[in-house]
Design a protein around this ligand. Structure first.
Ligand SMILES: NC(=O)c1ccc[n+]([C@@H]2O[C@H](COP(=O)([O-])OP(=O)(O)OC[C@H]3O[C@@H](n4cnc5c(N)ncnc54)[C@H](O)[C@@H]3O)[C@@H](O)[C@H]2O)c1
Length: 278
């Protein structure tokens, strides 16, 4: 029988990866080179298949079903992490694209979800642990209405979404606006939670990809001609790759990033800078 774990050094620390989609898979694969990995996704089959694949590649990878928008599901994830002795890395990659079009669902998955997950897992963060929340370039250069900005201070509140909906005229409730609000809120979440994580000797950061070649990115290109315009304006003249996102996550998760917390890393080929200066 194939025993992929036997050559592994003992005592590898746990990395929890939320999201087994394109980018989540790339991140889980990379983290599996130095950690035990627990992959969580609402799509249990997708998470299981990724765990099987990475185990076949020699990793020590398990999967668990988790809907980040449901507190009881997140609590079960936290229990699983506690039983495994806590974690060293949390990479929250899961998110819905604007193409999902459901204003409330995008807010819940992209913002309430990471807020619930980071709060539930913080007590299980080991010393030196790091949480990396995948936000987006879309959260930059955007300012929500003041009433919405105030509501974003309580992303754990399950009523936040309906309150934001109530503050947003019906004709403005697009997938694109929900996406921008959610990703803006995620940048703020990492800044605001840095103190609580610091008290445990742990860090929390956000990471904002620009245009990245993923299946989700491909759908976005179909839906939005403006994306093609953004690609043309990207200083590096191309989309980023999932490996480049995995590189950045690996760095932020490592001790080489030990003084980086409460901030964001843009991995966008320079696009945000160009847009800010336009
Ligand atoms: N692709 C890009 O160009 C791009 C650019 C900027 C930011 N991002 C961000 O990167 C992240 C990942 O993108 P991707 O292309 O890998 O997406 P993807 O659609 O391939 O994967 C997302 C995963 O999230 C899971 N998911 C959805 N709802 C969930 C829930 N309630 N609970 C748990 N899991 C849930 C899905 O099942 C899926 O496996 C997203 O947060 C996205 O906003 C992507």
């Amino acid at each position: 029988m194939n025993e992929p774990h036997e050559s592994m050094p003992p005592g590898r620390q746990l990395a929890v990866v939320i999201g087994a989609g394109g980018m989540g898979a790339a991140v889980a694969r990379r983290l599996s080179h130095g950690h035990r990995v627990l992959v969580a996704d609402i799509d249990a089959k997708r998470a299981e298949s990724l765990a099987r694949q990475l185990t076949g590649e020699g990793g020590e990878v398990e999967s668990v079903e988790c809907d980040v928008t449901r507190p009881e599901s997140v609590a079960a994830l936290a229990d699983a992490v506690r039983e495994k002795g806590g974690f060293r890395v949390l990479a929250h990659v899961a998110g819905l694209s604007p193409a999902a079009e459901d204003f409330g669902l995008i807010l819940r998955v992209n913002l309430t979800g990471p807020a619930l997950v980071t709060r539930a897992l913080l007590p299980h963060a080991g010393t030196g642990a790091a949480a990396i929340l995948v936000s987006s370039l879309a959260g930059h250069g955007f300012t929500p209405a003041p009433a919405v900005a105030a509501l974003l201070r309580e992303p754990h509140d399950l009523r936040m979404t309906e309150r934001i909906e109530a503050e947003t005229a019906e004709e403005k409730r697009s997938g694109a606006l929900a996406y921008q609000i959610s990703k803006y809120g995620l940048l703020a979440l990492a800044r605001r939670e840095a103190g609580a994580w610091g008290e445990r000797g742990a860090r929390i950061v956000s990471l904002s990809p620009g245009l990245i070649a993923t299946p989700m990115g491909a759908v976005e290109f179909e839906h939005s001609p403006t994306k093609r315009g953004l690609l043309a304006r990207t200083p590096l003249g191309r989309q980023g790759t999932m490996l480049e996102i995995a590189d950045a996550v690996e760095f932020l998760a490592s001790d080489r990033a030990s003084f980086i917390s409460g901030t964001d890393l843009l991995v966008d080929g320079g696009l945000a800078g160009i847009l800010a200066e336009a």
